[in-house]
Write a protein of this length. Sequence first.
Length: 146
Amino acid sequence: MKKNRAHADGPEEGSIAPLIVGMLALLLLIGSVTVAITGAYLQTQHLQDLADAQANSVTHQMNAAGEGSDAAARTHASSYLSSVQMGRDLQGLQIRNVYMDSSRSVHVELTARIHPPLISVIVPDGIEVSAHGSSRLKDGQGPSAG
């Protein structure tokens, strides 16, 4: 009788190991995807923050100089971008477009390549992302500085 009982316990003991390995692999996959998505989000948010800051800087400079043209906006946007220290997370940063609309708002569109963690193995050239920032010029109404 002992022989039959030992034979019955044998296959059950080994069946838990593949389950544990499978669960660990699944947890590792979920963790890797979470890290990659979080990294991509943070890098894209950095580009968005930069576009917003650039639009604000351009309108501040244009207000100070009394300018209001697309050409002036492009000039100030280019000088701002050349003065900014870029981190490692944004590569190939470029101004896609700078323009003013009819409501005297300056719009800045930036593009860059991001390299999220763990994705670089799959996409070695990175992922191209873009961001849009806008800021409105003063319209002359409100308190004067005089």
